[in-house]
Design a protein around this ligand. Structure first.
Ligand code: PEP
Length: 247
């Protein structure tokens, strides 16, 4: 079975002004001969500028969310087609900050995934349990349930990634043990294979939640970890490159 090409994506969240693109350019300049695919997902206001600034480099640009519809009276929202038109090639969907803050359900995330496919974007679909769910012994059931509910059948054979992001590890400095990460990633892989057959072996399964240069090597080399979704540490080129180089 061919191993998926690792993907390391930076989620800038609601951080970054035009001047911050200097960090993205420094990241691109420092990629060297990494075997990973690397991307940054800046706020929507910076997507087109980032694409322009990073032209000719190996650093791809993604969005952080999209609406399921292609156009219409949805004030403030952004269609997958608009991200693609601005030059994005990926989009993060179902991040826990959107699931928790905006009530996004698995079904809504699945419809956004379909929108991403329609627009030719590669979705990075986030799943992850809360601390209460982990303490109650429900982590695997929650995560595999989210995988089943958030990934529509038409993803079969398409480029996509799943990001396992325990909610309690995001922005907290806490991380699960390597054994805990491996247990969840193996369960996600088994679910992908069950749902998509042979195609389920190809999508990279990223880990996200307080990844930094000092813990990246251990996390990135864990079994079934096919890259990382990095929040805070992706804002500074030095930190992001420290993670990329740990692969
Ligand atoms: C994230 O929000 O996707 C994330 C992983 O954040 P952090 O790396 O800051 O924990």
């Amino acid at each position: 079975m061919t191993k998926p090409t690792p993907l390391i994506a930076g989620n800038w969240k609601m951080n970054g002004l035009a001047a911050s693109l200097a960090e993205a350019k420094a990241t691109a300049a420092g990629l060297g001969d990494t075997t990973a695919r690397v991307a940054i997902c800046p706020p929507a206001t910076l997507v087109a500028q980032a694409v322009y600034a990073l032209k000719g480099t190996r650093l791809a640009v993604g969005g952080q969310d999209c609406r399921a519809e292609a156009s219409g009276a949805y004030t403030g929202d952004i269609a997958a087609e608009m991200l693609a038109d601005a030059g994005a090639t990926l989009v993060i969907l179902g991040h826990s900050e959107r699931r928790a803050g905006y009530g996004e359900t698995d079904a809504l995330v699945a419809s956004k995934v379909q929108a991403a496919l329609r627009a030719g974007l590669e979705p990075i679909v986030c799943v992850g349990e809360t601390l209460e769910e982990r303490k109650a012994g429900q982590a695997l059931a929650v995560v595999t349930g989210q995988v089943r509910g958030s990934l529509p059948a038409d993803l079969a054979g398409k480029a996509f990634a799943v990001a396992y992001e325990p909610v309690w590890a995001i922005g907290t400095g806490l991380t699960p043990s390597t054994a805990e990460i491996e247990e969840v990633h193996q369960a996600i892989r088994a679910t992908l294979t069950e749902v998509f057959g042979a195609h389920g072996a190809t999508p990279p399964i990223l880990y996200g939640g307080s990844v930094k240069p000092s813990n990246a090597a251990e996390i990135l080399h864990a079994s079934e970890v096919g890259g990382a979704l990095v929040g805070g540490a992706s804002l500074k080129a030095e930190d992001f490159l420290g993670i990329i180089r740990a692969l």
